[in-house]
Design a protein around this ligand. Structure first.
Ligand SMILES: NC(=O)C1=CN([C@@H]2O[C@H](COP(=O)(O)OP(=O)(O)OC[C@H]3O[C@@H](n4cnc5c(N)ncnc54)[C@H](O)[C@@H]3O)[C@@H](O)[C@H]2O)C=CC1
Ligand SMILES: CC(=O)C(=O)O
Ligand SMILES: [Mg+2]
Length: 372
């Protein structure tokens, strides 16, 4: 198969979809790997690194889209990229379609077979291609949130760990999955007083077993949430209902119950955000203020630490990319239900129910798509 990887073009996105190590594996399995020139530079991989493992460097993104049977990326295709996708071609990348009607419409019109990293599953009910980036974004959340808490950035001027005689910052993490657990660990490591809210009692049992003493857990009822955000210096939004638009857990009116200069870090922004006042921002201009509350809503946080993120993502995606390339998408998906769970669009049909519900579009099942 011809597998192509264009350079990412989203704002400040320095990750790359195929690492030299993944390219090596694909070439070793008899595939042709095309990499756009300088695609890996932001993550510390030169064209020579790719050539050394047998990949071919291509000058223009348009040649990658034209020649590739499968396009492997990191971020959702931007409008100019979407125009170059076609029926019969496989796209393997993050999509986050539920909050993105325009992208969904374009992918359906293109006819492309789009497999979304964020909905591929594993046998433990996890999301193995989202998890590594959730670990990165979770670890970054207190780091960027503590920067936003600094007075010059509009924050309350509170130091995460406090100092002797002055209490540490209070951090509330809503959602105790991959993002939330890593955010809580880092915030606690910085010395903050951390509470994780979740709806899943099983998850909180696990967190309490493993991290009891490091941070607290609390059931994510509305009243507990309001009580905790009233005294919080930082709130991290880290909830997920797989594939669906994020539930809105704090309304604009409820911001009035928070301390002026408190910081919201909405990591769930790629699924539309879990605060009513969240709107996606970029690494260039990451924060804004609503009613005295600082919002950080960057939808590609891991791009900030592109080398760590690219290697972590490549470790996770490579085995799935190889299954798709070795068997073709239909055989690979019928052999592996976890990969099939990643199928979001095929030949003009939506194949992911939660996206259909969020956007009011009819969907078919991925197994029906195998017969088209
Ligand atoms: N902004 C960015 O750059 C990045 C964003 N993300 C996003 O972060 C979000 C979280 O991802 P993960 O931690 O991997 O998901 P996860 O599935 O590991 O964890 C989500 C947690 O939210 C909990 N939850 C669901 N509904 C809830 C509610 N109403 N109240 C309280 N808890 C609730 C679940 O029980 C689960 O424990 C996703 O939207 C993901 O796409 C992930 C990586 C990078
Ligand atoms: C998960 C995701 O959207 C990202 O890593 O940018
Ligand atoms: Mg994202």
């Amino acid at each position: 198969m011809i597998i192509g990887c264009p350079k990412e073009i989203k704002n400040q996105e320095y990750r790359v979809g195929i690492t030299p190590s993944a390219a090596f594996e694909a070439v070793h399995h008899g595939h042709n790997v095309l990499i756009e020139t300088n695609a890996g530079v932001g993550a510390g991989f030169s064209d020579a690194d790719y050539e050394a493992v047998g990949a071919k460097i291509v000058a223009k993104a348009s040649d990658i889209f034209e020649q590739s049977e499968m396009v492997v990326k990191v971020k959702e295709p931007q409008a100019v990229e979407r125009k170059q996708l076609r029926k019969g071609q496989v796209l393997f990348t993050y999509l986050h379609l539920a909050p993105d009607p325009e992208q969904t419409k374009d992918l359906l019109e293109s006819g492309v077979t789009a497999i979304a990293y964020e909905t591929v599953t594993d046998r433990n009910g996890g999301l193995p291609l989202l998890a590594p980036m959730s670990e990165v974004a979770g670890k970054l959340a207190p780091q960027v949130g503590s920067w936003a808490l600094q007075r010059a950035n509009g924050g309350r001027g509170v130091l995460m760990g406090g100092v002797p005689g002055v209490s540490p910052a209070k951090v509330v993490v809503i959602g105790g999955g991959n993002v939330g657990t890593h955010a809580a660990r880092v915030a606690a490591g910085m010395g903050a007083d951390v509470t994780v809210l979740d709806m899943s009692l099983d998850r909180m049992r696990y967190l309490d077993d493993v991290f009891g003493g490091t941070f607290k857990t609390s059931f994510a009822s509305k009243s507990n949430t309001l009580d905790l955000i009233a005294t919080a210096d930082m709130v991290v939004g880290a909830v997920l209902v797989p594939g669906a638009a994020a539930p809105k857990l704090i309304s604009r009116a409820e911001l009035a119950g928070m301390k002026p200069g408190a910081v919201l870090v909405d990591v769930a922004i790629d699924q539309g955000g879990c605060f009513e006042t969240s709107k996606a921002t970029t690494h260039d201009d990451p924060i804004y203020e609503v009613d005295g509350i600082v919002h950080y809503c960057v939808a590609n946080m891991p791009g900030a630490v592109a080398r760590t993120s690219t290697i972590a993502l490549g470790n996770a995606t490579m085995p799935f990319m190889l299954q798709l390339a070795n068997k073709g998408w239909k055989q690979a998906c019928s052999d592996n239900p976890h990969l099939m769970a990643g199928l979001n669009t095929h030949a003009g049909k939506l194949t992911y129910a939660a996206v259909g519900t969020a956007l009011g579009i009819e969907s078919i099942t991925p197994s029906d798509a195998l017969n088209i």
